[in-house]
Design a protein. Structure first.
Lengths: 389, 226
């Protein structure tokens, strides 16, 4: 079978009945399969939003080659996913999601159906009457990708200027907050060539952008993002194209570093394996629920907390006869049982949903993760065990 | 790994809150109340703090959660001598218990898998030599055979025909020879169905008593018994 070089990842479409669908390809899983050490490498996701200038930056900044497929035209609001090829073997592979932010969406998904990749179509059942086509297209970037993105990079000259970007940000702020509890917030970077390069003009443009956002909404941008930068790379001709884009890359990576450090400090930095699995769950969550995506709940989808946990705890606590025992015996032991329940070996690098079949080595059979995925709650009956004869 | 405070809040706080709805009889022993119960919030705070400490140990010592829990089981072994439950596996506080040990404690299969010793000869047989809770030595080593996770329920279904059933019979024999097991191939199936001549095979090649659940939708005579 020919190698799949399609980069389509997410898109929206409308059925004849007006129902919106999220169309997802297996692009993220394919990329994960190409990463040499997915259980240890921890990716960073940078989301580029624009069109012509964005595409140029994609090639020069992240080394993504253009796929010459004139027969496949991009649909509006499609998001493509790439890997910076120079980072495949790095501890930190750079994933790049990119697409446009159309002003009106005909919601035409154009992910080509081909035997080389898998496409899933999920109807959007989110119960929100204001969930119109424009809101849906933005929500792919700001809701679905929010927990995973380090940096949102807007190409100002593609999107109609700072005012348009401010309107989009304000519209996002006005919508329901889908910020996952405890998550780190991404940074916003706006790239423009319409202002003179230099720290002062960049800072002035940043203040202008924030002012424009405040004109559109009373909501605070800092509730959802950790910072805003405006970057004015040196115009082409002043320095070489490569230098121009190298400077841009340095600034983007610096912004990503800041967010990544926060993720590492708060233990929200995931391996490629976990990152991909959570993305898959996030896509399912996006179509069904209006509440923020919760990584912890997603990690327990296939191994939920016992529904009768309070009954079991109560059965145990009935035997505790003093407050001293309650504090010095029951509490630490219950805490230890919670630890056993939620942290199998290599948890977070190998949480229960991502558990892969391990070889039948006796040492591995002691791993609680094996038991968590393979064994279910047993019936109340018990047997007085007789040794095997 | 997810921060323990977030994990507690998302996954366990609801269950613990339900305990507080009844201070006596449901959640907490009445003796505790009489002995000067300081309040539910103190208990929950202590629980969160201990979870954080366990987590720190997990990270700093690079051990597994089962190692940390095993250590806690042994730490309280004297307390476990006086606590028995047949409704809850006291080892994990998560499942119904299944295997009763000589000391009176009853544990679940999962805890046998996690805390028992794996046999060297068979990775699906686990030995229990002492109680995980009170550390009482078992008078005899207990062996627990666990069903491998990849073992499903084998169902054999043979169609009729095939020159009076000779063809499926020979195919089964070839498969049996290729597998090279010392047991008849029927032992690999829990349930068998046969149509027409196909219904005869389970009875023909093995002990029919070993084979349960044979069903036949055919009223045709068994040609092989002629």
């Amino acid at each position: 079978m020919k190698r799949c070089d399609h980069t389509h990842w997410l898109a929206l479409c409308s059925s004849q009945g007006g129902e919106h669908c999220l169309v997802v390809s297996d692009r993220s899983q394919k990329i994960a399969g190409q990463i040499p050490n997915p259980d240890h490498q921890t990716p960073s996701l940078i989301t580029l939003i624009g069109n012509v200038v964005k595409s140029t930056a994609l090639r020069h900044v992240f080394g993504v080659r253009r796929i010459r497929r004139s027969a496949v035209k991009r649909g509006k609001g499609e998001i493509h996913l790439h890997v910076d090829p120079s980072t495949y073997f790095n501890e930190r592979p750079i994933l790049v999601a990119e697409g446009d932010l159309p002003s009106n969406t005909s919601a035409a998904a154009n992910i080509p159906l081909d035997k080389c990749h898998e496409v899933t179509r999920r109807p959007i059942k989110r119960p929100n009457e204001n969930f119109g086509p424009d809101r849906t297209a933005e929500s792919l970037y700001f809701d679905l990708l929010f927990p995973f993105t380090d940096v949102y990079c807007f190409f100002c000259d593609d999107l109609g200027g700072l005012k348009q970007i401010a309107r989009r940000l304000a519209a996002w702020l006005e919508g329901p907050s889908m910020v996952p509890p405890g998550s780190t917030h991404p940074r916003v970077v706006v790239v423009t060539e319409k202002i003179p390069p230099g720290a002062q003009s960049e800072d002035d443009a940043r203040m202008t952008l924030l002012w424009l956002v405040r004109q559109e909404t009373t909501k605070n941008l800092s509730e959802r993002i950790s910072g805003v930068d405006v970057i004015a790379p040196f115009p082409n001709g002043v320095i070489s194209v490569d230098s121009h884009h190298r400077l841009l890359k340095e600034r983007l990576m610096k912004a990503s570093d800041t967010v990544r450090n926060d993720r590492a400090a708060s233990r929200w930095l995931f391996s490629v394996t976990h990152f991909t699995a959570f993305l898959k769950h996030a896509c399912e969550h996006f179509t069904d629920l209006i509440e923020p995506f919760d990584f912890i709940k997603a990690s327990r989808v296939h191994y939920p907390v016992a529904s009768d946990l309070s009954e079991h705890l109560s059965n145990f606590l009935k035997n505790i006869t003093s407050s001293d025992k309650l504090i010095n015996f029951a509490a630490p032991f219950i805490a230890s049982s919670f630890l056993l329940d939620n942290y199998p070996p290599d948890a977070h690098r190998m949480s229960p949903i991502l558990f892969r079949a391990l070889p039948r080595s006796s040492t591995l059979l002691h791993a609680p993760s094996r038991s968590f995925t393979l064994f279910h709650a047993l019936s109340p009956s018990f047997t007085l065990f007789h040794p095997l004869s | 790994m997810f921060p323990p405070s977030d994990v507690f809040e998302v996954l366990y706080q609801d269950a613990v809150s339900q305990l507080s709805e009844g201070m006596t009889g449901v959640g907490v022993n009445s003796d505790v109340v009489r002995s000067g119960w300081s309040g539910w919030s103190g208990f929950v705070g202590s629980l969160e703090r201990h979870l954080g400490e366990c987590f720190e140990r997990l990270v700093k010592e690079s051990v597994s959660a089962s190692d940390v829990h095993r250590r806690n089981l042994r730490r309280f072994k004297d307390d476990w001598r006086y606590i028995i439950s047949t409704s809850t596996c006291l080892c994990c506080l998560r499942r119904r218990p299944q295997y009763a040990l000589a000391c009176g404690h009853v544990v679940c299969e999962n805890c046998v898998l996690v805390f028992g010793d794996c046999c060297q000869d068979d990775p699906w047989i686990f030995k229990v030599t002492q109680c995980f809770l009170c550390s009482a030595t078992m008078p005899q080593v207990i062996l627990v055979k666990v069903n491998p996770p990849t073992a499903g329920v084998g169902v054999l279904c043979i169609d009729g025909g095939g020159t009076r059933g000779v063809v499926p019979l020979m195919l089964l024999k070839r498969i049996q020879d290729r597998l090279g097991f010392s047991i008849p191939i029927q032992r690999l199936f829990k349930l068998a169905f046969g149509i027409s001549s196909g219904k005869s095979f389970p009875c023909l090649r093995g002990d029919p008593d070993e084979f349960r659940g044979i069903d036949s939708v055919s009223l045709v005579r068994n040609w092989f018994l002629r």
